[in-house]
Design a protein around this ligand. Structure first.
Ligand code: UGA
Length: 449
């Protein structure tokens, strides 16, 4: 079976490399020549654990090639559509499907034999049928082409592991023959007992945004509970242990902190909100909006606490921010809560020095400065905020760092630090869900000292 993967972002590139790993011949196409050159040389142009090795193995075995020429993909039996579907800014929550439509329009006239198009991009329900109609319009005399949907659930930074060993494979089809083809494609996974969930097209299209909205809701829920814990003098760690001990609830995605970011959870939550709104489901849309609102509140209250600790005004104050990526293990700054908080503090007049072990591609118009080490960021800082839970920060020596800063106080917004160790080293330590109400009473006087 010949397979093409069209679009080589972290989803497409990983999918292509994993299919080649299972022994398929895969041609992967992207319109960006720089991306293609990098991938063809066995180097992913983004950070993804284990992907470079997999790319090189596929290329060296002669099973994987990258090209900008769509003609080279035309003879495949199965085409995976993996192009990006970014959110439109106006109105927010809608997806820009222009790359998908462009691809379908370009591909359809090239097809010479019956084949299956399998969408993997995140799309609104109804898109698969539109793909099929569009193929027919673009090439009315062309071969028989059917369309299926096969959403992905890959986490950035873990895309290879999540592809090799997914929790489940979801395929939405309209035709029994397409299901047979997809079973054939995923045979190596089925042989490893990976659950194979078959649905109709609309359910498969909705699966991805629903999963991300569910994860976002859990995170906002635990952040609501964290705030309640602070007021009640309760300990959110204990509470999460209790909740997670119930198998109906489970332990994952209950880490309180600065809330969710990245290119997926926020976008998909807004997408689902827009779909609910469009369908006239006002209550559903309101509920989803609240999840987003709770998420934004985590950032606002972190900024408010920082401002409070600095005596009510951050103008001219020197603040260290440790972490810029939207999560540890990623260099991605898109919709990063850390970048947002750093920006809000800098926008209010603070001098903000940011360190991140991976993020180098920072926007040039940022109001904060990126520095090379955590120590440099902390030098003379009046307040330190840990905003991305990199393990490097847990390993920092609080006693040594104390000698660098002007005042030893830290907002551990991601609960990345060993609180006791930092307190023993003389730091005032604040973490969500633990002690907003029990900050040392003198923190204001320290702040203004
Ligand atoms: C997410 C989903 O987890 C994937 O299943 C999905 O395929 C992907 O989006 C996508 O749509 O492509 P990702 O964006 O890589 O993956 O990020 P996550 O690892 O899920 O983390 C999302 C955000 O939630 C991060 O900012 C993280 O720090 C935060 N988070 C996560 C919490 O605040 N608390 C938690 O308990 C877990």
């Amino acid at each position: 079976m010949r397979i093409s993967v069209l679009g080589t972002g972290y989803l497409g590139a990983t999918h292509a490399a994993c299919l080649a790993r299972e022994g398929y011949d895969v041609v992967a196409v992207d319109c960006d020549p720089r991306k293609v050159a990098s991938l063809a040389a066995g180097r992913a142009p983004f950070r993804e654990d284990g992907l470079d090795d997999l790319l090189r193995a596929g290329i060296d075995a002669g099973r994987l090639c990258f090209t900008t020429d769509l003609h080279e993909a035309a003879g495949a039996d199965v085409h995976f559509l993996c192009v990006g579907t970014p959110e439109t800014t106006d109105p927010p929550g809608r997806l820009d499907l222009s790359a998908l439509w462009g691809l379908v329009d370009d591909l359809a006239p090239l097809l010479r034999r019956p084949c299956l198009l399998v969408g993997r991009s995140t799309v609104p329900a109804g898109t698969a049928r539109e793909v099929r109609d569009r193929v027919q319009r673009s090439a009315p005399a062309g071969p028989e082409v059917s369309v299926a949907w096969n959403p992905e659930f890959l986490r950035e930074g873990h895309a290879v592991a999540d592809s090799v060993d997914p929790h489940r494979i979801v395929v939405g089809t309209e035709d029994a023959a397409d299901l047979v083809s997809l079973r054939e494609v995923y045979r190596p996974w089925l042989d490893r007992d990976v659950p194979f969930v078959t649905t109709d097209l609309a359910t498969a299209e909705l699966a991805k945004v629903s999963a991300n909205a569910m994860l976002a809701t859990r995170i906002s829920m635990v952040n609501v509970l964290a705030e309640l814990c602070e007021q009640a003098g309760a300990d959110v760690d204990g509470l999460v242990e209790v909740l997670g001990g119930d198998p109906r609830i489970g332990r994952d995605y209950l880490e309180p902190g600065l809330g969710f970011g990245g290119s997926c959870l926020p976008k998909d939550l807004r997408g689902l909100t827009a779909s609910a709104q469009d369908a006239g489901l006002a209550v559903a849309a309101d509920f989803l909006r609240q999840v987003d609102r709770v998420n934004d509140h985590q950032r606002s209250r972190t900024v408010a606490l920082a401002t409070d600790l600095l005596g009510g005004d951050v103008r001219g104050r020197r603040i260290a921010v440790l972490g810029a990526a939207f999560k540890a293990g990623s260099d991605d700054l898109r919709e990063s809560p850390a970048v947002d908080v750093a920006g809000r503090l800098a926008g209010a007049g603070a001098t903000v020095l940011v360190h991140d072990p991976a993020a180098h591609d920072v926007p040039s118009d940022r109001p904060w400065q990126l520095v090379a080490t955590a120590a440099e960021a902390c030098t003379d800082a009046e307040l330190v905020l840990v905003l991305t839970p990199w393990p490097e920060y847990a390993d920092l020596d609080p006693a040594r760092l104390r000698r660098r800063v002007r005042f030893p106080r830290v907002i551990d917004a991601r609960r990345a630090l060993d609180r006791e160790r930092w307190q023993q080293a003389g730091w005032q330590h604040w973490a969500p869900g633990v002690d907003a109400a029990t900050l040392p009473a003198d923190h204001r006087s320290v702040a203004t000292a």
